[in-house]
Design a protein around this ligand. Structure first.
Ligand code: URA
Length: 207
């Protein structure tokens, strides 16, 4: 089974609480998503390989270290976009490839409406979706990313339901999952409880 890393850090608890609060305004909500995405990035990048780069400081030459992988970010539209800039701040040369799903409100199944991938996949792909609820769109996205040819795929979510984690782990045991918090479960409409409501609506102020 794939690993699940739940960040256990006072900063995560602090920012997650402000994120969840229904009184948090859209612009603060976006800032909180960014902060939590940065904390996730710190964890998910821990084992990325480095190569030597010779540079000169103002005082002398030295062998520095820089990331050696081609890194791809795949935000799942639309809420995943809220995490993208934070990751790009830390990984400015990462490629961003988009996947769009909407949820069929009757079947609650994900329906793909947008995909754009290059001809060759990056060395490592970070799938960005703040809410890992049923795990349907995450699993479908990972299927598509595997068909693209990527083998090192990592899932980043801010809040996950146990149901979503179980589904991704069952269908994709090779994909590690990084989350800020794991909540109680899903309601009948597949919203995470206690969760934070609809992340896309809160990011884009479309409530
Ligand atoms: N997507 C959301 O934005 N919120 C949930 O609770 C579940 C899925």
């Amino acid at each position: 089974m794939g690993t699940v890393t739940e960040l256990n850090h006072p900063l995560v608890q602090h920012h997650l609480t402000h994120l969840r609060d229904s009184r948090t305004s859209p612009h603060i909500f976006r800032a909180q998503v960014r902060r939590l995405a940065i904390l996730l990035a710190e964890q998910v990048c821990r084992d990325l390989p480095l190569k030597t780069k010779q540079i000169e400081t103002p005082l002398e030459p030295m062998d520095g270290k820089v990331l050696s992988s081609r890194i791809g970010l795949v935000p799942i539209l639309r809420a995943g976009l809220g995490m993208t800039d934070a990751l790009l701040d830390l990984l400015p040369t990462a490629e961003v490839w988009h996947l769009g799903f909407y949820r069929d409100e009757e079947t609650l199944q994900p329906v793909e409406y947008y995909q754009k991938f290059s001809s060759s996949p990056p060395d490592v792909v970070f799938v960005l979706d703040p809410m890992l609820a049923t795990g349907g769109s995450a699993s479908e996205s990972i299927n598509m990313i595997k068909k693209w040819g990527a083998s090192d795929i990592r899932m980043l979510s801010i809040i996950a339901a146990p149901e979503g984690i179980a589904r991704v782990r069952k269908k994709h045991p090779d994909v590690p999952i990084f989350v800020c918090g794991i909540d109680r479960g899903l309601n009948n409409a597949a919203y995470i409880l206690p969760g934070l409501g609809d992340a896309g609506d809160r990011i884009f102020n479309t409530l």
